[in-house]
Structures are given as C-alpha cells and as structure tokens.
Design a protein around this ligand. Structure first.
Ligand SMILES: [Cu+2]
Length: 306
C-alpha cells in the first residue's frame, strides 16, 4: 500500500513546510490533468441554490504566534467568532480544533504527537478552520460551548509542526448552546455570504465567475475529509497551466486569502476583497489513505473575477 512511501514522504515534507512553490511543482502534472474534472464537477452539480446564509459575528479572538508559544484569551463566549492572527515575522497557520471534552495533559501530548505525523486531524478533535495566510485575513468560526485547542500546523525547517514545539493553547468557550446562532446584539454586525464554496472529496463546488469587490465566502465542508482553501491571484498574463507547471509558482501568483483545514460537516466564513483577475483555489491537505495532497486528486479550481 505504501510502496511509494519515500516519494510521498518527500511530497508531504515539502507541503508541510508550506513552501508551496516546490510542493505545487511536485504535484503540478497530475493536478493539471485533473483540473478539467474539478471544474466539470461544478457544472454537473447544482451550484447555485440557497439564499445567502448569515453568520452573526462577535468581537473576536486574536491569536499571537511566536516561536514556541501561542498567546490568546483562555476563554471566549460562544457564538460566531472572528479569529485573527496578530502580525508576525514567521508564517503561522493556527487552526481551531474542537475537543469532545476536557483533555488530560498526557492525552493532549499524545494527540499533538499524532498531529505532527498524520496528514489528517487525529481523533477525537475536529478542525474548525483558521486564518490560512497569517495576518492577511481573519476568518469567522462558530464556537459552541466546550473545550478547544488552538494549534499552529505550520512545519518548521526541522520538519515538525510548530504545535509540536509548543505553539498550542487550550481555549474554553462559555455560554448557552443557543448562543451559537447569535443573539440580537451579535446580529448587528452579521456577515452575509456573497459566495458559497462547497468543499468535497476532492473539488471546490461553486461559481467559476465572481464579481470584483468585497466578498464574504461561506465555506461548507460536505466531504468526508478535512479540506482547506488557499486562494492566489495569477499575475498578469499567467495561466493556471503555467502556474501549475512552474518551478516556482510564487513568481506567477500572489497569495490572497485562505481558510485553514476544516473538518467534515463544518462551516466557516472568509471575508476578502478581490480585484479583477484570474485566481486559483487549491487544497494541500493530505489524503487520509494515500497521503497525497488533495490538489493532486483534483482539488483545484480556477476562478475569474470581473
Ligand atoms: Cu482538500
């Protein structure tokens, strides 16, 4: 089953380091062949349905990641919560993980060790999303009362995730279960989705053409695995094919926004502003079985913004 283990291991290491240039190159050819499939998936699926859902927002949760630690409040109130990363020198991807209950310290240590080696989120935690591109964009996540863990999944030069080196922190969400959908006070600054992207195994389902300007993207993971969204804008004259085939794709595209891994059944919102141009959405989460990054399995989508 893992006869190609060493090659896959290399790909995984590259991806995990979030040095997307080389990672995308490694999977470029396969992804290229499957791009058409991903786009076709939308055409045959009902993409435009439901009225715009609303996500009432509350003040927020600011997380500061520095080498070896996370700073954040110990407690927040339940409800839709804006989660943002404080500006930092290094690249951090802080994910909000929901736990089924209080986790003992030794269990947490074992869970963090599993997070460090697996491409997927170890049970029993559920990934809820997070700011994928550092301080560039905030995200909005629905927090129900209970126990959570904030953890940075970026891999350092030593190959370990930052969480493994101490960038993790417990978070308790307090309040009534019915706070989740927002009380009248929170509704005052509610977010209204202007776009919906459904994340499935392995594609983005949603419109191929968006209008320029401010957007709130509702992301729904209706698949069976964790998924993420990384959105880059192609530079003038660059094509998706050229971006995928480039030795250094970062020379052909600019990072715009992103949502860190979200587990099956989760919903989160991503506010962002888009200039006209051609964009690419893609997912680098590793497949549970093959460990191949989802982009290699077709989870890539071209989006035109006018
Ligand atoms: Cu994915």
């Amino acid at each position: 089953m893992h006869r190609r283990g060493s090659r896959l291991g290399t790909v995984r290491l590259l991806l995990a380091r979030a040095r997307t240039a080389r990672a995308r190159t490694a999977c470029a050819r396969t992804a290229c062949a499957r791009t058409a499939c991903a786009i076709t998936a939308c055409a045959v699926t009902a993409c435009g349905d439901a009225p715009p859902p609303q996500a009432p927002a509350q003040a927020g949760l600011i997380v500061e990641a520095a080498r070896g630690a996370l700073q954040a409040p110990d407690t927040v109130r339940a409800g839709w919560t804006r989660v943002a990363l404080a500006p930092s020198d290094a690249r951090h991807i802080v994910v909000v993980f929901r736990l089924p209950g209080p986790m003992r310290d030794d269990t947490l240590t074992a869970w963090l060790a599993a997070l460090d080696t697996l491409p997927v989120t170890p049970a029993p935690a559920v990934a809820m999303g997070g700011p994928e591109m550092g301080a560039r964009n905030a995200v909005h996540i629905s927090l129900t009362p209970g126990h959570y863990l904030l953890a940075c999944v970026t891999r350092g030069d030593d190959g370990h995730r930052h969480a493994h080196g101490g960038e993790h922190r417990r978070l308790t969400v307090v309040g009534n279960a019915d706070d989740t959908n927002g009380d009248t006070a929170a509704r005052a600054d509610s977010l209204v989705a202007t776009q919906t992207l459904r994340l499935v195994d392995f594609a983005y389902v949603g419109p191929e053409q968006w209008t320029a300007g401010a957007h709130v993207v509702r992301l729904e993971n209706t698949g069976a695995q964790d998924h993420q969204l990384r959105l880059v804008r192609l530079r003038e004259g660059a094509t998706v094919q050229a971006w995928m085939a480039a030795d250094d794709p970062d020379t052909l595209a600019t990072p715009v926004a992103g949502m860190a891994r979200m587990g099956p059944g989760t919903v989160a919102y991503l506010p962002l502003t888009l200039e006209p141009g051609r964009y690419v959405a893609y997912c680098l989460v590793g497949d549970a079985a093959s460990r191949r990054p989802h982009v290699e399995l077709g989870m890539l989508r071209a989006i035109e913004v006018r």
